[in-house]
Design a protein around this ligand. Structure first.
Ligand code: AMP
Length: 553
């Protein structure tokens, strides 16, 4: 298939806001594709070249695209940056530059989908010495042969942000429609495989083939998410009684895959952090014999046995060198709380109480290194409250409440698992804008525009935060946000939604100022949540629930 045909489809997506129409457009496109083209198309529509479970990235920034386009069009980088400021979108800026190109290309061949895909694969594989030169060569080759509209979508695929309003839900529905299958079956297959291209291919072979997709060891799946509740009474209405209650450890979540001697550890964003956590690998080797996928929360432990705040251990996630030294400095302990796969069998449809029972047979505790999460099963509110206080007194964040009968639902917040924290209410927000500081802090970003997610997963602003931020955190935020700046107007910056921060506040108010319809009173930025991606941020529904449930409002 010609790449231009796919670009025409992208253009049609952008012309309509109707979900149904978008689904229809995609359904028509998917019908005629060969298997390989189908998989590539699905990935490109979702704005990446690799399936969700893969940690591989294309690794191309806007700067490099602008440089290459400047070279091949004769339009200065400065001018293209100006387009970027005007449009706020790399795709439209590159398209504009290509339309106005000052140089004529003589050698032009049309781009096929597989050529684009293979070149992008090459880009992601280049590493180390002279990789930049090689990347530039590939990019020039692609863009020289691209029409302006192809360049628009090619740049967006490169930065992995499609902006066509087509996300997983629409793709799932289109796959279902093309193959006359229920969406729920497609959804299930996607949950367990985490690979939409593969799902599309299996769906073609029919319901049976689709249902044969299952968890596969070393292919991480999205982790089940927790809903927030304020009290035991509120929580028990959702999970039912009796329920399981566990300590909520303040560390970070690991999905651990083990088969024979091979062990891999993934974060919640499905990054492979096995190399950084050799000590956890050692503990797993001592503790577990079986083939399994288990989940747990890893916390930092100080040398006098106290649990460390999350910030400390987050340094371990990023560390790529002198790993032994940091293992020594910041030892960790893992609290295992779930099992999704055991000796060849998927357990995600198995009720939680049975999963926990199996987990208890799989884990042999390794003192101070790897244990089962502390849990009680109760139907008594007083006992639950006492357990909550006990958990806080041990330095935990709060408790988790779990429905004993519920399956493991990958990636969703469906009320099977709840969290109840002690601190002032907080929300996980995405930074979508910032302002440069003044005076002493002129070189640092100072005020941050926060957003949550609406029903369609789109970011909607909910307020600004400027207080509660130390100089050190401001520096970190400035460094992390600089590559995400989409454009700058005076002191104001528009930021690509990527970074999640936890924000505490006194109260949620209704407000016409922000698109979400709400605003935060006295917001304070507590910490960066690098373990969370924008898709894990809090939602408008959650904000509405807090607003409704708080009788102060
Ligand atoms: P939050 O990160 O605030 O959305 O809370 C949910 C997170 O709590 C999960 O993703 C886990 O990382 C963490 N957590 C800590 N202790 C437990 C536990 N016992 N069971 C499940 N999740 C836990």
């Amino acid at each position: 298939m010609e790449f231009s045909k796919l670009c025409e489809t992208f253009k049609l997506f952008e012309k309509t806001t109707s979900r149904l129409e978008k689904t229809e457009i995609l359904t028509i496109l998917l019908k005629d594709l060969e298997n390989k083209e189908l998989e590539i198309t699905i990935q490109f529509v979702l704005g990446s070249i690799f399936p969700n479970w893969s940690a591989q990235k294309i690794g191309i920034g806007e700067k490099l695209i602008i440089k290459v386009v400047s070279d091949i069009t004769g339009i200065s980088e400065k001018e293209i940056l100006l387009f970027l400021k005007e449009t706020g979108d790399i795709g439209c800026s590159i398209e504009k530059a290509m339309e106005q190109k000052k140089q004529v290309f003589f050698l032009s061949e049309s781009l096929t989908l597989s050529r684009v895909y293979n070149d992008l694969l090459k880009l992601s594989n280049y590493e180390g010495k002279r990789s930049q030169e090689k990347k530039i060569r590939i990019l020039s080759g692609l863009l020289t042969n691209a029409s302006p509209i192809e360049a628009r979508y090619l740049s967006r695929i490169l930065v992995e942000t499609m902006r066509t309003g087509v996300a997983e839900g629409i793709v799932r529905d289109a796959i279902a429609k093309t193959n006359n299958l229920p969406s729920s079956k497609v959804e299930k297959a996607y949950m367990v495989s985490n690979d939409m291209g593969l799902v599309a291919r299996m769906a073609r072979e029919g319901e049976e083939a689709l249902s044969s997709l299952s968890l596969k060891i070393f292919r991480p799946i999205k982790m089940m998410a927790a809903q927030k509740v304020a009290t035991i009474a509120e929580g028990s209405k959702i999970v039912g009684l009796p329920c399981a209650i566990e300590y909520k450890y303040d560390g970070f979540r690991m999905q651990i895959h083990k088969k024979g001697k091979k062990i891999k550890i993934f974060t919640r964003r499905l990054e492979d952090v096995t190399a950084q956590f050799k000590d956890v690998v050692d503990a797993i080797e001592k503790s577990v014999i079986d083939e399994c996928i288990i989940e747990g929360e890893t916390i930092g432990v100080s040398h006098n046995g106290k649990w460390l705040p999350f910030q400390k251990i987050s340094r371990r996630i990023k560390r790529k060198y002198d790993i032994d030294e940091i293992i020594e400095k910041i030892p960790v302990m893992t609290n295992i709380f779930d099992i999704l796969y055991h000796n060849g069998n998927s357990l995600i449809d198995t009720p939680f109480k049975e999963r926990r029972r199996i987990l208890e047979t799989v884990i042999t505790p390794v003192e101070g290194k790897l244990v089962l999460s502390k849990m009680i099963i109760t139907d008594n509110e007083n006992e639950a409250n006492a357990f909550f206080s006990e958990s806080l007194s041990k330095g935990n964040e709060g408790i988790m409440l779990k429905n004993l009968e519920s399956p493991y639902v990958p990636g969703l917040r469906v009320g099977n698992m709840l969290k109840m924290k002690s601190v002032l209410e907080s929300l996980d927000c995405i930074i979508i804008g910032a302002e440069w500081g003044t005076g002493r802090r002129a070189n640092l970003m100072g005020t941050f525009l926060l957003a949550i997610l609406d029903e369609d997963g789109k970011t909607v602003p909910i307020g600004k935060v400027a207080t509660g931020i130390t100089d050190e955190l401001l520096e970190t935020l400035t460094t992390k946000l600089t590559p995400l700046v989409e454009y700058e107007k005076g002191r104001e910056l528009k930021i690509k939604p990527d970074l999640v921060v936890e924000v505490a506040y006194e109260e949620i108010q209704k407000s016409p100022t922000y698109e979400s319809g709400f605003a935060l009173r006295f917001p304070r930025l507590i910490r960066l949540r690098e373990d969370k991606g924008p898709e894990d941020a809090d939602t408008i529904l959650r904000v509405f629930e807090i607003y409704e449930s708080d009788d102060r409002y």
